[in-house]
Every structure is written in structure tokens, then in C-alpha cells.
Design a protein around this ligand. Structure first.
Ligand code: DX5
Ligand code: ZN
Length: 225
């Protein structure tokens, strides 16, 4: 079975028509919905909160009624209170930046205890060292290939080396952990990101910036095939 997942980021969708946009991108073949939460504190931008996640939850289904995971990427500090609010709002995965939590292990356990999948997110200059201590508890590792805060930035090539390192750590621990990459991913570089070891790909502007979502997602899948 194909392990690759494409997770369009609604950060680049039309915010005046979010439910429709989520349905359209699922109809176009999206596997997950990537939901970017920014607080104007951890990152210099402000987006959406749990109420919007809750409002979108019924729209995140395939035409035949299958649940499509909402992949919540928290770019907020502190982490814990809102992480729980997003789980209540129907998040399927909640990821946070370890440098945004004073007690990373506690934040991870709190998310898992609610029955939600949990991920850690690494900025371009953040080392992977914390994985020495918590990798066994994770469902997902997210490598940022841009600095968090905005859509439409250029892919930072140095991220590929970090993806390779994260892949080695996942393979060594033997657990089923997804390796996601976020920022600047397009049909013309997705293959390189997969070759470095990623299996899950966030793409915002590359998909929502184009009129035909299906055409872009098909191009990405063709590049991955
Ligand atoms: C950036 C966000 C990304 C963003 C990616 O801080 O975490 O998910 O939407 O956008 P693109 O794909 O346009 O780089
Ligand atoms: Zn993101």
C-alpha cells in the first residue's frame, strides 16, 4: 500500500469559504487537512482557533463518508491549554514545537491521554536531540522546510539533511511514526523530499494557489510514483 500522504494546508485557502475549500481539496484527492494555528507570539502571524476546527470537522469527509484526518499544527506558546481545546474540536493529530513547551514530555502525554495522535515539529535551526528521549511516544515528526508563520515561502534545502536524520531515527526505533515536511513543497521538489525519507507532505500555496487542485495533487502523486 502507498504510504504517501498529501496534506493541503488551508492557510492558503479562501478563508471566506473554508468549508467549501476543505471539501473541494478532499474531492481533489487530499489525504489529510493540515490546519495551521498561529498566535502572534510564537510566530508573527495570527490565524484560527478551535472554533474554526470544530466548524470544519463535518466537512472533512470523503464523498462516501470516510473521515479525513485534521492535522493540527500548533505554532503557539504555551501549548497545553489549547492542545486540549483542539482535541475537543475534533483534531485527529496535534503537533507542537518542543521549544514552545516548557515540559515537552508532559505536553506529549497530555495529548496522548486524550486519545489523540501527537507530533513534534522542528524549525529549520532546531536540533532533533529531544527525540532521544521522546521518540517512542510520537505518532508523527514534522520537519519545517521554511520558518513557521507564513505560506508561500521558498523551500530551505538544508531541511533535506534533517529529514534524512529523522528517517534514520524512526527506522532505528522501529515504531510506525509518520515523517511529515512542511513549507515550500511543490510538484517539482516533492520527489526530493520523499527520497530524503519523508512520507507525508504539507502543501499550501502550491495547491490552493492554483485553480485546479486535482491537477496539482495528481502531479504530486505522479512525481512520487
Ligand atoms: C507555515 C505553515 C505551513 C504553510 C505552508 O508556517 O506551517 O503549513 O501553510 O505553506 P506553503 O506550502 O505555501 O509553503
Ligand atoms: Zn503547517
Amino acid at each position: 500500500m502507498n504510504r504517501y500522504r498529501i496534506a493541503p494546508s488551508i492557510l492558503s485557502a479562501d478563508f471566506a469559504r473554508l468549508g467549501e475549500e476543505v471539501r473541494a481539496v478532499i474531492d481533489a484527492g487530499a489525504d489529510w487537512i493540515h490546519f495551521d494555528v498561529m498566535d502572534n507570539h510564537y510566530v508573527p502571524n495570527l490565524t484560527v482557533g478551535p472554533m474554526v476546527c470544530q466548524a470544519l470537522r463535518p466537512h472533512a469527509r470523503t464523498a462516501d463518508g470516510q473521515r479525513v484526518p485534521i492535522d493540527v499544527h500548533l505554532m503557539i506558546q504555551p501549548v497545553d491549554a489549547l492542545a486540549g481545546a483542539f482535541i475537543d474540536a475534533g483534531a485527529d493529530l496535534v503537533s507542537f514545537h518542543p521549544d514552545a513547551s516548557t515540559h515537552v514530555h508532559r505536553s506529549i502525554q497530555a495529548i496522548k491521554a486524550r486519545g489523540c495522535q501527537v507530533g513534534l515539529v522542528f524549525n529549520p535551526a532546531t536540533p532533533l536531540d529531544v527525540l532521544d528521549w521522546v521518540i517512542d511516544d510520537l505518532d508523527l515528526i514534522l520537519i519545517m522546510s521554511v520558518n513557521p508563520g507564513f505560506g508561500g515561502q521558498s523551500f530551505i534545502d538544508g531541511a533535506l539533511r534533517k529529514v534524512e536524520q529523522a528517517r534514520r531515527r524512526i527506522d532505528a526505533c522501529g515504531k510506525d511514526i509518520r515523517l511529515e515536511v512542511d513549507g515550500g513543497i511543490k510538484a517539482d521538489n516533492i520527489r526530493r523530499v520523499a527520497d530524503a525519507g519523508a512520507d507525508t507532505f504539507v502543501a499550501g500555496s502550491a495547491i490552493f494557489g492554483k485553480p485546479d487542485y486535482r491537477a496539482v495533487i495528481d502531479q504530486m502523486r505522479a512525481a512520487l510514483a
